[in-house]
Design a protein around this ligand. Structure first.
Ligand SMILES: [Zn+2]
Length: 496
């Protein structure tokens, strides 16, 4: 056992030496003075570094949570957690294995040296071993030299500003645009803060940002949503400006389009069922259609009175409206948010209670299928069932693929659940956000959700759902979710 371990360690060190030499060439040729020396300590034939020496020499902040016996090191935007006697450590919510345990000895704490630097590299932290001998490691300081990316739209195009810690030369920067609209920027001798840059808020015309760190260079790949004619590169101290030039009119148009797309000015409220379709039947003959309508009407009133937005109802009285017509109404009135209100039933389990919000998605759970089946059953009652003859699982999946509002619908659903939880407190139960194929949502080309406000088959819940005061609480919760959603999605537009 010991021999194998030694052999593996030797091999590992060889690979490290080899890599370090290559790496050292690029770094040392660039920044010879920037190395830090750390002493090596050997325990059980394994090389360790003293964690306090590590943090002091780099000027990193270290915290010891004594009650949990956990250590936390902060390196820029990243946090590293580890504990004595275990080989596991956590960096930005990712768990890594150091192979050998962290040791606590002589009033200090020791971490396996080479393994620690390997995981720092895996976690995209720009700390590297440059060279080493039997007693010391020579390591790079925290050498991210590309620290942030800002996107701003100008009249003549889009300006991408790359914040750097050193001044790059024009020779070190190259860029290219692929036919699939990826802008690739390579920075020779660049060390990119991937954690920071991959978490920036992307906005038009940037759709995605990817980073790749290699030994000699950093690469940024930026997926764009518009055609770029050319890229101008300009270096200003510790910033690199990339001006992406496109046809002026096209850019201005797209910004306006985007603002229109996101500005939530019209909300579609869909009270489930109605007329000859009573929906689910519950305790004391309570009918779904009679609960959903007053909530939709109350919600509409709150929106109009407090937000001054346009509200479009799919029904305002006890009438039958086919499902296809509901989404047609939504799309034709250019709705920006579609909210379908329903109530649940579970005939065989009268104790089941709570509220849940559904998203249209493939990959349904069994229970979700039951709810979807019941809500879709109304199609049988419609006079033109041929409108749905093509609707099957494939159709739903195809509609899903086109649904570019999934992320927004998901966020909105979560906000509804959160506000319902707050407003209904212990009188109901948060059953979470779920997914199923509801026909009423198919084709709504806007963020859309279906809320099942509670179980009509649960005696207590049915009693509550029949009460005006309880219905108002639900309307108020959905209203608050709309306010939260508007704040989240309109804020970046207003700052534009
Ligand atoms: Zn329903």
């Amino acid at each position: 056992m010991l021999k194998i371990t030694k052999l593996v360690t030797l091999l590992f060190m060889f690979v490290l030496i080899y890599n370090s030499i290559i790496f050292a060439e690029s770094i040392l040729s660039n920044n010879t003075s920037q190395t830090i020396k750390l002493d090596l300590y050997f325990f059980n034939n394994t090389a360790y570094v003293d964690v306090y020496e590590f943090t002091n020499s780099h000027d990193f902040y270290i915290k010891h949570y004594e009650t949990k016996d956990k250590f936390e090191i902060t390196i820029k935007n990243s946090k590293i957690y580890f504990s004595p006697s275990t080989s596991f450590c956590k960096i930005n919510n990712q768990i890594y294995n150091l192979t050998y345990p962290v040791l606590q000895k002589n009033n200090s704490i020791y971490i396996p040296a080479f393994e620690f630097y390997e995981i720092l590299k895996s976690a995209n932290l720009a700390l590297r071993i440059i060279e080493f001998n039997k007693s010391s490691l020579y390591v790079s300081p925290n050498i991210f030299n590309i620290s942030d990316l800002l996107i701003s739209n100008r009249k003549n195009g889009t300006l991408l500003i790359l914040k750097t810690e050193k001044q790059f030369t024009k020779k070190e920067i190259s860029s290219s645009i692929s036919s699939s609209k990826w802008l690739n920027i390579t920075l020779l001798n660049g060390m990119i803060d991937s954690v920071q840059i991959s978490n920036i808020a992307v906005r038009f015309p940037v759709k995605k940002v990817r980073t790749i760190q290699s030994k000699e260079s950093a690469q940024l790949s930026i997926l764009l949503d518009s055609d770029i004619e050319d890229v101008d590169i300009d270096i200003q101290n510790q910033e690199i400006h990339f001006l992406l030039r496109n046809a002026i009119i096209e850019n201005a148009q797209k910004i306006t389009e985007m603002k229109q797309k996101w500005f939530i000015d019209t909300i579609i409220l869909d009270a489930g069922h109605g007329g000859k379709d009573p929906g689910a039947l519950g305790y004391n003959n309570l009918q779904e259609k009679d609960v959903t309508l007053p909530i939709a009407l109350k919600l509409g009133q709150l929106i109009k009175d407090n937000l001054g937005l346009k509200v479009v109802y799919t029904r305002t009285t006890d009438v039958f409206v086919p499902l296809w017509k509901r989404t047609k109404i939504a799309n034709e009135s250019k709705g920006k948010l579609f909210i379908s209100i329903h109530a649940n039933a579970a005939q065989s389990s009268p104790h089941t209670r709570g509220f849940e919000t559904y998203l249209l998605r493939p990959g349904k759970t069994g229970q979700a299928i039951d709810v979807a089946k019941r809500e879709n059953a109304v199609i049988e009652l419609e006079q033109m069932p041929q409108n749905y003859k093509d609707i099957n699982e494939h159709f739903i999946i195809a509609a899903m693929a086109q649904n570019s509002f999934m992320k927004e619908s998901e966020d909105f659903a979560a906000l509804i659940q959160k506000n319902m939880s707050k407003n209904l407190n212990t009188s109901s139960k948060n059953r979470g956000v779920k997914q199923a194929g509801f026909h009423v949502l198919v084709g709504a080309s806007m963020p859309n959700v279906l809320i099942e406000i509670g179980f009509l088959t649960n005696k207590n819940e049915a009693k509550n759902l029949a009460k005006k005061s309880y219905q108002n609480k639900i309307a108020d919760a959905i209203y608050k979710a709309i306010v939260d959603f508007k704040v989240k999605y309109e804020k970046p537009l207003i700052n534009e």
